[in-house]
Design a protein around this ligand. Sequence first.
Ligand SMILES: *[C@@H]1O[C@H](CO)[C@@H](O)[C@H](O)[C@H]1NC(C)=O
Ligand SMILES: *[C@@H]1O[C@H](CO)[C@@H](O)[C@H](O)[C@H]1NC(C)=O
Ligand SMILES: *[C@@H]1O[C@H](CO)[C@@H](O)[C@H](O)[C@H]1NC(C)=O
Ligand SMILES: *[C@@H]1O[C@H](CO)[C@@H](O)[C@H](O)[C@H]1NC(C)=O
Length: 338
Amino acid sequence: MTRHAGIAWCQRSLWGGLSWGVLLLVLLNVSINARSISTSWRNRVAESRMRARAETWRHCSRDEMAVPFRRNLHYTYIDICVPPGANSTAFGSWHVFKAGGSTASQMITRACDCINGTLLESFRYRSLEEMEERLGHHPVEFFAAIRDPVARFLSAYGEAFRRGSFTKIRSVRRLLAKGETPRNKIVLLEKILDLFSTAEQLAAVNDHFLPTVEFLSFAQPRQPPPPSLRFALDLTKPNATLKLWDFLSARYDLNRSGTCATPSPAELHDRHRDESYLTACYPSDRGACIAEEFQKFAPLFIIRVAELPERLVGRIRTIYAKDESCYQESELIARSLV
Ligand SMILES: *[C@@H]1O[C@H](CO)[C@@H](O)[C@H](O)[C@H]1NC(C)=O
Ligand SMILES: *[C@@H]1O[C@H](CO)[C@@H](O)[C@H](O)[C@H]1NC(C)=O
Ligand SMILES: *[C@@H]1O[C@H](CO)[C@@H](O)[C@H](O)[C@H]1NC(C)=O
Ligand SMILES: *[C@@H]1O[C@H](CO)[C@@H](O)[C@H](O)[C@H]1NC(C)=O
């Protein structure tokens, strides 16, 4: 066994033991924090599940640090709300691209408005020290939106086209040349996966393709996510945005502030949002959709999970193997908590 394989084996065995450890820790944590924040039993279950998911993803991301991964993004975007009060606990949303991070940011922004908190928007998180300096005596807890890797990939695929990241690459332009353009978007996707067959190659095309475990590290050289990454939820699941809102509402006692209405689904990016978002051209996105190209190619890059043949689903899950195993693991642990 090479040293590397040995390390990998050790990590796997450790991981098996850790899963149970994590479960125990989570249960313990929940009982310690039972006073918490939330009033209803349902809120408490949702919260303990969010904690369990975050714990799992933190471990996965820490494991991943041992594997070399070159990336261009040197920081993570976070939005932080600092509630009024000298040493109040700040709440941040860690922006995992294409996983519902904007939705989470919108909710935190609204909640922060309601309590007259101070909002740090799109803060570029490079180092823990810089962060602590910025926050002073305020401790911080983070939330991260996570998502099934296949759905997330398709969303990133659309985004990369929308932003012109693919169409500026010669080999892709050749695929799309007049008379050559594959009629079928599935064929095009398959050809693109032949050209960019690893997460690293895809991430070099556009940051939106970075695996979630890479997003959860926040600097270059990579740093594992800190223990303050404490909550995670797949916001594309039914009612998940409401669960997050209930959580924020309980934590900040938003009902008492009286002016903070629950956002309607239409106000939030929901899971049907991808298509309308991807087919729109926003002048504010610097060069995001070069109009003519965009009109021409949009029908080729908007793909729903249900439209994918099994072989491509399998291929994407393999490219994002770490995200895949972590997503399954975290959902399993979360479901086991009642
Ligand atoms: C805030 O924390 C600092 C340092 O721990 C402490 O000196 C100060 O008294 C605290 N302020 C309040 C209002 O708790
Ligand atoms: C926020 O500030 C406004 C204006 O100063 C004030 O009217 C409102 O009561 C404050 N809300 C909370 C929840 O403190
Ligand atoms: C979502 O919330 C609505 C309204 O609270 C409820 O009727 C529905 O059953 C929930 N759906 C799921 C899948 O939990
Ligand atoms: C806040 O108030 C609304 C409406 O009165 C209620 O439906 C909701 O459950 C309350 N939320 C919490 C967290 O107490």
